[in-house]
Design a protein around this ligand. Structure first.
Ligand SMILES: NC(=O)c1ccc[n+]([C@@H]2O[C@H](COP(=O)([O-])OP(=O)(O)OC[C@H]3O[C@@H](n4cnc5c(N)ncnc54)[C@H](OP(=O)(O)O)[C@@H]3O)[C@@H](O)[C@H]2O)c1
Length: 248
């Protein structure tokens, strides 16, 4: 792999950890692999879009995070398992004050989640709202910490606040498009880490599920040549004041 911007240099696996893990401030970052025309799934999942370089970035993003957040739709579609950082990242996590394993945070209104599913085989948090079924909440409380944020719907700002209160400062959202769109709409996303994979699909789903109320400008923080055809871009969401334009 090779860093192309802001300055060109080769990258080792450890360099990748430093590149993605340097930011010590609380951050909510979204990580996706996207085709050239914005598609995020083929045959119902993202595996067909991934390459070795994307998997390295995917693993690095997990390795530097305090928690991995997914919508229940992605957990169901992709049969999510617990988060297990690569052994090569263990020392980095220790040296940088991260827990051994980031918990998996599942966001669900319906709580249509099987307590016996693979995702509950490790540390897990389920974020839901008060309107969810109390029986399902009780069953999931046997296998995960259940956080209730909001009444009829999940209150995402409150949910993020609750996670941060537990020391989960660096949140990695791995999708899917519904959750990403809701997080962006709520103004909660700081960064997008997008693998651009050289494919055209011409079909749904795409990165966002609906139009934002207005265009959201991004700033390219770095660009990596994966060496296998993909480009890995890290984009900061430009908020009012940090880009010289008028505040929102
Ligand atoms: N290419 C990639 O990087 C990538 C990444 C992730 C996913 N994907 C693909 O995207 C597809 C899934 O898309 P999706 O949009 O259905 O995924 P999603 O956002 O993970 O799942 C939607 C579900 O998550 C819960 N959810 C999401 N936002 C919520 C909110 N604001 N409040 C409460 N609950 C919320 C709800 O669960 P309940 O129904 O349980 O209430 C909702 O039905 C799959 O094909 C997957 O493979 C691709």
């Amino acid at each position: 792999m090779r860093l192309l911007l802001p300055q060109a240099r080769p990258l080792t696996e450890q360099d990748l950890l430093d590149l993605y893990g340097a930011d010590e401030t609380p951050v909510l970052r979204a990580g996706f692999v996207v085709t050239t025309d914005g598609g995020v799934a083929v045959d119902g999942g993202s595996r067909g879009l991934q390459t070795a370089a994307d998997l390295a970035a995917f693993s690095t993003l997990r390795s530097v995070s305090d928690a991995v957040v997914v919508g229940a739709g992605t957990a169901r579609a992709e049969d999510y398992g617990p988060v297990r950082p690569r052994a090569s990242a263990a020392a980095w996590r220790r040296d940088h004050g991260r827990s051994e394993r980031p918990p998996l945070v599942l966001v669900s209104r319906s709580l249509a989640l099987d307590p016996a599913a693979r995702c509950f085989a490790g540390p897990a948090v389920v974020v839901t709202c008060a309107a969810s079924d109390p029986g399902r909440r009780a069953a999931l409380a046997e296998v995960a910490q259940v956080v209730v944020a909001g009444d009829d719907d999940v209150d995402l700002p409150l949910a993020v606040h609750r996670l941060r209160e537990q020391g989960l400062q660096r949140l990695l959202c791995e999708g899917g498009p519904s959750l990403l769109t809701a997080l962006l709409t709520a103004g909660l996303v700081d960064e997008l880490c997008l693998t651009s994979t050289p494919l055209l699909l011409g079909s749904a789903p795409t990165l966002l599920t609906r139009a934002l109320s207005r265009p959201l400008p991004l700033r390219l923080e770095h660009l990596v040549d994966g060496g296998d055809g993909v480009l890995l871009g890290r984009w900061a969401v430009r908020r009012g004041g940090d880009d010289g334009t008028a505040a929102d």
